[in-house]
Design a protein around this ligand. Structure first.
Ligand SMILES: O=C(O)CCC(=O)C(=O)O
Length: 377
């Protein structure tokens, strides 16, 4: 990997030949090649089996199907945002500018390699537990796709130490304080997404925040202008999602697609059938494990095919601006809350359960919400 400074002063990390300007001429490994490596005792990238030995994904198609092989090669050569900027954590001014302009920013080295290992292991534990109750890999965000929050009865993974580790990171807290121009922001929830190998369909583009609907039809997005003039799109960013990369984001392992500058758009979000090709290829890759994707949740985004042999987990923390709040549920025990830093305790003060109460999260599988069901590939 080559690291170089861009003209804006940011640190850009590129793999030679992986952007759209310079297609990668190394073909993506086929299933036969992976099997060969496994037979030769080469463990590189051989992660497509769970600890119990059952396949993690590929429940709906064969990784060697010619259509899949062709798509894999096409993505390897073409997928990724051209000129994607990857910042260093201390480039706070540049990060805030990119975030406000594009609706997202990517920052490398927020997690140390040890923290990446801890986080990935925590994600793998959750993945194993979920797959045990979803043998068909139906997912809860489309087939082979899952929300870490929605698989927990608390709607959050904040009860797990791996997510607690993320709450007040020395390199992230100053960035969030700068984005909100105030350190008084709040944790909304600890969640994220994972997609399995064989998630071959695109997830429709969407925004994580809608507008007000009559009471009872949604617990979220309470913002309502009775004059009918302002929508959530007209506000400064009401809530931010920080996704942590636990593996390198590559063109073929389901990088998030992110459409720059859409956070204030009132245009209808294109369906899969309407979406132009450049949007399909507008993905956050390549980017290294340990980096974060900081997203204005209103910006259009969606999942993309994971045609690799690894689970791509991007656990997250979601934060409300100091001036915005929707419902927050209990997610962390009193004892665990006491162990967080002072700032961490402030951020999570609406998540803590009473010292006399026990928190017993259960693993669950809910159906995929209708707008996220792919109607075409
Ligand atoms: O998996 C991804 O990269 C994005 C997933 C997502 O946006 C969602 O499920 O709402």
């Amino acid at each position: 990997m080559v690291t170089r400074r861009s003209s804006s002063g940011s640190t850009r990390q590129e793999r030679s030949g992986s952007g759209r300007d310079a297609p990668d001429d190394r073909p993506a490994p086929s299933r036969a090649e992976l099997d060969r490596r496994r037979g030769a005792g080469d463990s590189r990238g051989v992660t497509d089996r769970s600890d119990t030995g059952s396949p993690l994904g590929w429940a709906e198609c064969d990784p060697d199907d010619p259509t899949i092989v062709e798509l894999r090669s096409y993505l390897a050569a073409n997928n990724g945002i051209r000129g994607l900027e990857i910042f260093r954590p201390d480039e706070i001014e540049h990060i805030v500018r990119a975030f406000r302009r594009d609706g997202f920013a990517v920052v490398a080295d927020v997690l140390s390699p040890d923290q990446v290992d801890v986080l990935r292991a925590g994600c793998d534990d959750v993945v194993e537990a979920v797959l045990a109750i979803d043998p068909a890999r139906s997912g809860n965000r489309g087939s082979h796709r899952y929300s870490f929050g929605a698989v927990s009865s608390t709607g959050s993974q904040l009860h797990r130490p791996e997510w607690q580790m993320l709450v007040d990171l020395p390199d992230l807290t100053p960035i969030l304080s700068a984005i909100f121009a105030n350190p008084g922001y709040l944790l909304r929830r600890a969640s994220g997404d994972f997609c399995l190998p064989g998630a071959f369909r695109y997830q429709p583009l969407h925004s994580d925040m809608g507008d007000w609907r009559p009471t009872g039809t949604t617990p979220h997005s309470s913002f309502h202008d009775p004059r009918g003039r302002l929508t959530t799109r007209d506000l400064p960013c009401p809530y931010v999602c920080v996704n942590f990369l636990t593996v390198d984001a590559t063109p073929i392992n389901g990088p998030t697609r992110q459409i720059p500058g859409t956070q204030h758009s009132r245009e209808p979000i294109p369906s899969l059938d309407q979406e132009p090709e450049w949007m399909r290829l507008s993905t956050v890759c390549p980017a290294p494990a340990g980096a974060v994707q900081i997203r204005d949740v209103r910006a259009w985004h969606g999942g993309t095919p994971n045609l690799s042999d690894e689970v791509r987990s991007i656990p997250n923390l979601e934060f409300y601006a100091p001036w915005y709040r929707d419902p927050i549920g209990p997610g962390i025990s009193y004892a665990d809350h006491r162990r967080l830093s002072e700032h961490g305790q402030r951020l999570t003060r609406f998540h803590v359960v009473d010292s006399s109460e026990e928190l017993v999260p259960r693993v669950q599988l809910r159906a995929t919400p209708r707008p996220l069901r792919a109607t075409s590939a």
